[in-house]
Design a protein around this ligand. Structure first.
Ligand code: UFG
Length: 341
């Protein structure tokens, strides 16, 4: 029988790319999304790329009733839980919204899984759990630092909820993937990142500046203790990241895990500075991105990148796309949505 995966938040940036890779790998997919920060265009893009009429259900994972309808209607043995709010600043202003959306919905998912006998779950965690690590690169054993925002706290809490649930409920397996900085878009330019309002993240701000929607990029700080003074991050291509989910689900279905609950860093292992990223984008795409250096952004860490050995050796997954390819895809997507030739 075909393995089917419930993808919550499947109309979002990473969820839509993962729905494509799962379908390409032969999985059945059911997408659930409340469309609060996404739109049906992404689901249509996924259907177009794959040629499969992937089922979609509009449901809010906070509502146990709405979610239960999905568990009743479809048969699946795995869940990938992307549905969550992700703006750090907003989480400071509206912590309860974040605890409800991110933690409450996760509790709903896990309890319905145990009720309906669904065994495997992948949880979208984040490198934010490491804060500023004392040593780099960050391995999965690097201690987590106290969260500096409610958003970051929800990621730590959900990791712990998953660990405890897997320990308590027989048959439940979980993998937390700690994403570093996901960027890029599908090479078809049919799906990509679609931030509402002014982007918080670097790459969407760059693509919108290149498209003339924003006047200039502010580079937050050039006085860090890094080679060029700007912050270092590990930018992971969204298609590579999507493939890590396919591998993680397969590992649980095939019982290949070393433990019932596992954690993997998903990054490239290569630190890239903000200025390097802006310059590479300009060079690869032959387009100008006006920028100015401004002060540091509150809450930013100086440098974080992944030790990817565990993912490489245990999961057998490795980032493949080059930064040039990724930034070309990001620009192709921005041009597609803005009708730029
Ligand atoms: N940056 C700029 N200008 C911008 C936007 C970002 O210079 O307009 C810089 C930031 O200062 C940082 C780098 O670009 O050095 C990356 O910033 P992003 O906002 O794209 O990503 P972050 O590393 O800040 O965010 C990531 C995840 C979040 C997570 C956060 C926690 O995207 O989900 O790490 O640190 F919460």
């Amino acid at each position: 029988m075909k393995n089917t995966v419930l993808v919550t938040g499947g109309a979002g940036f990473i969820g839509s790319h993962t729905a494509v890779e799962l379908t390409n790998a032969g999985f059945g997919v059911v997408i659930v999304d409340d469309l609060s920060n996404s739109d049906m265009g992404a689901v249509e893009g996924v259907r177009k790329i794959t040629g499969v009429e992937i089922p979609f259900e509009k449901a809010d994972c906070n509502s146990r009733e709405e979610l239960e309808q999905v568990f009743k209607k479809y048969k699946f043995n795995s869940v990938i839980h992307f549905a969550a709010s992700k703006a750090v600043g907003e989480s400071v202003e509206k912590p309860l919204l974040y605890y409800r959306n991110n933690v409450g919905s996760f509790v709903n998912i896990l309890s319905l899984m145990s009720e309906y006998g669904v065994s495997n779950i992948v949880f979208s965690s984040s490198a934010t759990v490491y804060g500023q690590p004392d040593t780099l690169p960050a391995t999965e054993q690097t201690p987590r630092k106290p969260a500096t925002s409610p958003y970051g706290n929800t990621k730590q809490m959900c990791e712990d909820i998953l660990r405890d649930s897997v320990a308590a409920y027989k048959g439940l397996k979980g993998i937390a993937l700690r994403y570093f900085n996901p960027i890029g878009a599908h090479p078809s330019a049919l799906i990509g990142e679609l931030p509402k309002g002014v982007p918080n993240n670097l790459v969407p701000f760059i693509t919108q500046t290149a498209a003339g929607i924003r006047k200039e990029l502010s580079v937050f700080g050039d006085d860090y203790n890094t080679p060029d003074g700007s912050c270092l991050r590990d930018y992971i291509d969204v298609v590579d990241l999507a493939k890590a989910h396919v591998v993680a689900v397969t590992r649980m279905i095939e019982n290949k895990g070393k433990a019932e609950y596992e954690i993997f860093n998903i990054g490239t292992g290569v630190p890239v500075s903000v200025l390097e990223l802006v310059n590479t984008f300009q060079k690869v795409n032959d387009v100008k991105v006006p920028y100015k250096i401004v002060g540091r952004r509150a809450g930013d860490v100086e440098a974080v990148w992944a030790d990817t050995k565990l993912a490489n050796n245990e999961l057998g997954w490795k980032a493949e796309r080059t930064l040039d390819d990724t930034l070309a895809s990001a620009w192709a997507w921005e041009k597609h949505i803005r009708n730029i030739k």
